[in-house]
Design a protein around this ligand. Structure first.
Ligand SMILES: Cc1ncc(C[n+]2csc(CCOP(=O)(O)OP(=O)(O)O)c2C)c(N)n1
Ligand SMILES: [Mg+2]
Length: 359
């Protein structure tokens, strides 16, 4: 299906229009339970995101990058992944974590400033969050290359923003992936801004998806507020990668509804009308309309979903806050399996200084 949507011709894959109506022949035909699970993951993501912002305002969580508006990208992509696939995240991926089954308490714990919150439970293949923009891309390509050497039938997914496409890491990563046909799926969440920098000033390309053409592999732009479009494109790209068909670049065209982080005020660089326009494209609303058409959504179901999401979030907050506070050693503990001697020496010096001795 991807090849039918040529980014050089300005095509964008959309399954659901804004009224939740699927385009002819495009509905992936997911079973009811899978559709409900997607909607519930989107609702949980939105509730967890709103809670994180409140916790930050109360001084209970550190600087936080809001995800509102990105739920379809995150839930659609994570729902398309298989258990054996790997994920190299960026910093705005809450719905990926929730959908992949990563404990929300651990995720909150990380944003509360505790590095132990990057632990990944057994059975989940998730790399630590990349804060340096784009740095996860070559790492994901390296993991893809390793999977290829080992002949593992898996795909490696990495997410990043539109801003990351100006980093050298993006170009080096995609170039290498194209030459060696690594099993990577690159997913750019084009939310139109990198902090205050609008997309038009990020790149002179008409689309981000078309950059794949130069690296010799398929690129597709999808409606990032349409969970089924993201799912369909990701499912195809992942299957192709696992089967040895090489990488794909997916540009999920969306909008960051909130501030860049809790330290930002997007009202200083974006027009209210633009935000309102995107409000009408709300990914949850669109999917709800689709579910309603299929008889899978009503007010009673919505009430249950909201109550369950709130309980899920409150439990995660309670669990995260019940954990012991971070220790100075935590600064050192989570990067290396075996700490190198220079860090060991720094840790000893820190301990001595905390104990009142001279380092
Ligand atoms: C290498 C690097 N440069 C600058 C920053 C500061 N910074 C953090 S997020 C960001 C913008 C990222 O924009 P984009 O890639 O579009 O992702 P979005 O935040 O929109 O999801 C910048 C410049 C950083 N973290 N790393
Ligand atoms: Mg962006």
């Amino acid at each position: 299906m991807i090849e039918r949507f040529d980014p050089l011709q300005g095509a964008r894959l959309q399954v659901l229009d804004e009224a939740g109506e699927p385009g002819a022949g495009l509905d992936p035909g997911l079973p009811e339970a899978a559709l409900r699970a997607m909607y519930e993951a989107m609702a949980r993501t939105r509730a967890a995101d709103a809670k994180a912002i409140k916790l930050q305002r109360q001084g209970r969580l550190g600087t936080y990058p809001p995800s509102r508006g990105h739920e379809a990208c995150q839930v659609g992509l994570a729902s398309a992944m298989d258990r054996g696939d790997w994920f190299f995240p960026y910093f705005r991926d809450l719905g990926m974590y929730i959908t992949l089954g990563y404990p929300l308490a651990d995720h909150f714990h990380f944003w509360m400033g505790n590095e132990a919150g990057q632990r990944t439970p057994d059975g989940l293949n998730i790399f630590p969050i990349a804060i340096p923009v784009g740095s996860q891309i070559p790492q994901a390509v390296g993991a893809g290359m390793a999977a290829k050497y080992r002949k593992l039938p898996i795909a490696v997914v990495t997410t990043f923003g539109d801003g990351a496409t100006s980093e050298g890491d993006f170009h080096e990563g995609l170039n290498f992936a194209g030459v060696f046909r690594t099993p990577n799926v690159f997913v750019c969440l084009n939310n139109q801004f990198a902090i205050s920098m609008p997309r038009e000033r990020q790149t002179a390309s008409a689309t981000i998806a078309q950059k794949a053409v130069a690296y010799g592999f398929p690129g597709v732009q999808v409606d990032g507020n349409d969970v089924l479009a993201v799912y369909a494109a990701a499912r195809e790209a992942l299957a192709n990668a696992r089967a040895g068909g090489g990488p794909t670049l997916i540009e999920a065209f969306t909008y960051r509804m909130g501030d860049h982080t809790t330290s930002d005020d997007a009202g200083r660089y974006r027009a209210k009308e633009e935000v309102l326009e995107w409000e009408r494209k709300d990914p949850l609303l669109r999917f709800r309309l689709y579910l309603g058409r299929k008889g899978l959504w009503n007010e009673a179901y919505e009430k249950t979903v909201q109550e369950e999401a709130a309980a899920f979030v409150e439990k995660a907050v309670a669990d995260a806050e019940a954990r012991p506070p971070a220790t100075p050693e935590d600064l050192f503990s989570y990067t290396y399996g075996t700490m190198p001697p220079d860090l060991m020496a720094q840790l000893e010096a820190l301990k001595a200084s905390l104990a009142g001795g001279r380092p």
